[in-house]
Design a protein around this ligand. Structure first.
Ligand SMILES: [Zn+2]
Length: 306
């Protein structure tokens, strides 16, 4: 059996998609994704470092779990280092926040069991390997945030979030509660979208006492730089508009979610069908024009953020 082209683990399943010259791969680490036969054959992936591949594996899985199965062509493979640059910059504290947030979201009440397979789930928490995840989990246990209830097999831990863990979650649930910053992830490629920023998003934020920031610079180098990561981390809210289907918007929204920062999802109504991921999961604002968006956005911010 062929190994997974991204993480090199044995794939559970390879399905040939005859009409598209692609294969669908279901991997124990990466989840499901589609890759073109050309990308498989030309071995573009060999140019990507092992560390970046593992982080990208987490990116694929995060998307898969949101219902968005990524389709990878040779060009996409070449962009992997840029895409995972932000994960490389996450600190230990960021990873601990991601873990506690995951525990709280997975268990609905105190004492509910959460199973973690550190061998196949480490990428979900931006860890580089199973060992890093195990170390972070041990730290959470030492701090009294997590209890280990026992082992289920050799790599699966049965755990629960403790009362202290829930309290910590309450503290991190609304990061930057006193910040006025709103990070806006959207395409600034055309003047129509700049207009949407100026006449709808920026004004709506202002009406709510918040300050929308624009990071046009990502359009120039496609690279998620330190400045963008630190802006996201310092924001009270991230507004993600998927009109134009810019890949970085998905990425920045995913990163904010992982860090516990609230995200408001937007898309122009005529592009509703183009959304890449499971739209049922998130309640999007579908807008017609600037005025429509401004009104809907003010209502949503007041209802869910303030
Ligand atoms: Zn894989």
């Amino acid at each position: 059996m062929q190994n997974c082209p991204i993480c090199n683990n044995q794939p559970i399943e390879i399905v040939h998609l005859p009409e598209t010259d692609c294969k669908k791969i279901k991997c124990i680490l990466c989840g499901s994704f589609i890759i073109s036969n050309t990308a498989l054959a030309d071995r573009t992936i060999d140019k990507v470092s092992k560390e970046d591949r593992i982080l990208f594996s987490g990116y694929i899985r995060e998307n898969d779990e949101r219902g968005n199965i990524l389709k990878l062509l040779s060009d996409d493979i070449l962009k992997i280092p840029e895409k995972v640059a932000s994960y490389n910059r996450l600190t230990v504290v960021d990873k601990l926040i991601t873990l506690i947030t995951y525990f709280a979201r997975t268990s609905k009440y105190i004492g509910q069991e959460v199973k973690i397979d550190y061998l196949t789930e480490f990428t979900k928490f931006f860890c580089k390997d199973a060992n890093e995840l195990r170390t972070l989990l041990s730290y959470l246990k030492e701090r009294g945030y997590v209890n280990f209830l026992g082992s289920l097999g050799s790599t699966v831990l049965s755990t629960e979030l403790t009362v202290a863990g829930w309290q910590e979650y309450e503290n991190i649930k609304e990061p930057n509660i006193n910040s006025k910053k709103v990070f806006v992830a959207m395409s600034f490629q055309n003047s129509a979208m700049k207009e949407i920023f100026n006449r709808a998003i920026s004004i709506a934020c202002e009406e709510c006492g918040l300050n929308a920031i624009r990071m046009d610079l990502i359009e120039h180098n496609e690279k998620i730089c330190d400045e963008i990561i630190s802006e996201i981390k310092a924001s009270r809210l991230l507004i993600a508009d998927f009109t134009g289907q810019r890949q970085n918007v998905y990425f920045e929204a995913g990163l904010a979610l992982g860090l516990g920062i609230k995200v408001i999802w937007l898309c122009r109504d005529v592009e509703k069908a183009k959304l890449h991921f499971d739209t049922r999961q998130y309640n999007h604002i579908f807008w017609k024009d600037a005025e429509d968006l401004r009104l809907q956005l003010v209502n949503r911010i007041k209802a869910t953020v303030l």
